[in-house]
Design a protein around this ligand. Sequence first.
Ligand SMILES: [Zn+2]
Length: 554
Amino acid sequence: MIASPAARRPWHPTTLLLVLSLGLATLGNLPLWNALWNLPEVHGPQAIATLGALVLVVAAATMALLGLLLWPRWLKPAGPVLLAVTAASSYFMASYGIVIDPSMLTNVVQTDTREALDLLAWPLLVTLALGALLPGVWWWRQRLRPVGRVRLLAQQLGAVLAALLVAAALLWLTFQDVASLMRNHKTLRYMINPFNTVYAVGRVAVGRNAHAGKPLQPVGTDAQFAGTPAAADTAPLIVLVVGETARAANFGLGDYERDTTPRLAQLRAAGDMVYFSQVSSCGTNTQTSVPCMFSPLGRQGYLDADGPYENLLDVLQRAGLAVLWLDNQSGCKGVCERVPALETRALEHPTLCPDGQCLDEVMLRQLPEALATLEPERRARATVVVMHQMGSHGPAYYKRSPATLKRFQPECTSHALQECPMEHIRNAYDNSLRYTDHFLAETVQWLQAQKRPTALVYVSDHGESLGEKGLYLHGMPYAMAPTEQTHVPMLVWLSKAMQGERSQALDCLRRQAGAQLSHDVLFPTMLDLAGVRTTALQPERNLLAACPARPAAG
Ligand SMILES: [Zn+2]
């Protein structure tokens, strides 16, 4: 017989808190315990004792944290929230091998609903039902015993203190083993529910406030166009394509066994393109990499900066060039704030935008019209257009290529990647790269038809894990990210007319094709390619620094 809630004595608030803490520490941390259990060094009685102690440490620490934060008024509503957050984060950790850290959280916050829907899958809903809804209903039905304020304060703080003592004692007893586990497996610390989320929320909130209100630091205030202004339709046009989630390991122009870039390979064979095979990304997610690659500071400087700085596009615009950002993804992450920008989602192109998401070619269709809206005096110097791709954005890779380019079959069409065989995931991902190959080649073809010097620069924002080491998607903390997430494709194509402007530039770029490079090269190289002179241009990172200078202006 099921006892009605009235039949049970109401809970002391602190006791109910202890129940919640035990639940979160055990069931709410299954991915963590599972990961620890599967570590090669965790075997034998001593390791099992350490693991048991760790469960108790997490329970005691959770009790201490919640005891300080949750007083009776907050207790009831906080329970279901904590359960839902814990269930969702457990699901993503267990399914995709991701961990919850500040940059992952920022990434989630910045993701738009269209992309978030890609992550929704039945297993997630089942996890939420079992991990949050069921216990949440139980939680809501419990009654709390009224306890005097002073008494509750004393009792709950007493419980917090006791929990801290238990945690400290257990850690002291197992310190050697726990310390070496945490040192050797740094990702574990980002797997402890709910501390990972609480920490990430705190860091993101503090980070936002720290940057908010700080003045924008100007960059390249002396920037000038070094060339001779021509006419609006004959001056150079440079297209920078910011790729999404393309990893170098699967790029045909590298040494991948499959031909994922047949059309780019033709362009390279024609002698007008250089592929850079050893480029590392600034971050492992869009939110970090995109602003960082446009930053004048380089990776380390960008991560250390304590306030906002102007970026590449601001400097190009200051030098009098026309600048345009076309976006087929979740926005420019602040990079295009001060330049003309256009989002493609509103276009609702009948064939290129099925079910609300557009294939990247929609940007190319939009390009001529969008260019015509830029100021002619600026276009007479040069134009730089950024096209921000949807690229290989996961987990719905199969949505990133049209039927005509689906060369590799069968594709994984589940949003829960871990349910697909790795080979099917790879097929869908490789087809998305074939589409990027098609998109870039179409862009080059369009540029070739222009009666002006033109160039295409392409670089991906970060890579992707496709199930290697049990990892999926991207966004691992950089220091522990696998190469698949940080090794990205980059290429430069120059039209014959552009090569004429800058003799032997391709030969000189080709000499650096195998060099260890990073996103840091983008800022100075783009400025130099666009003909902008400024003291902010760091020659040591400029790929064109070694190339013969363009003929002096006027
Ligand atoms: Zn990205």
